[in-house]
Design a protein. Structure first.
Length: 133
């Protein structure tokens, strides 16, 4: 089953459409690569997908174990390399402090999140740093 379609809009922008819902995302090239940085770049989406995936898997784990999951916020830093141009490191700062979990629950939820498919896909290709607060 096809997931998405992507259309080039010109001026280094694309429009990505999720085929199941019709939701659209515009991408723009970053300032350091000839763009205007007026939207997520494709590599921004890769880095941001890591945080989204971790939170989603944590949510699935909590839901299936009847653990309240009411708060999570992340900031992402993406570091680029050259020759070839690529993501070399993603630093993810994740704040889970609003959940009031005991230490054992917190450890289990974090372990579940670290096992997300995006992390497994990037593993070995990109340095991943996860800081939990």
């Amino acid at each position: 089953m096809k997931t998405a379609s992507v259309r080039y809009l010109g001026e280094l922008r694309t429009e990505c459409t999720h085929l199941g819902s019709g939701t659209k995302i515009i991408t723009d090239a970053p300032l350091d690569n000839h763009g205007k940085a007026e939207a997520f770049s494709p590599t921004d989406l890769v880095a941001t997908s890591l945080a989204s995936c971790i939170m989603t898997i944590m949510g699935i784990y909590c839901q299936s174990h009847q653990i309240p999951f009411v708060a999570a916020e992340a900031t992402i830093e993406k570091q680029m390399g050259t020759d070839p141009r690529r993501i070399v490191k993603i630093i993810l700062d994740l704040d889970l402090s609003g959940n009031n979990w005991d230490e054992l629950t917190k450890k289990k939820v974090i372990a579940a999140g670290k096992a997300c498919p995006v992390a497994h896909t990037l593993e070995g290709n990109v340095s991943l740093e996860l800081n939990i607060h």
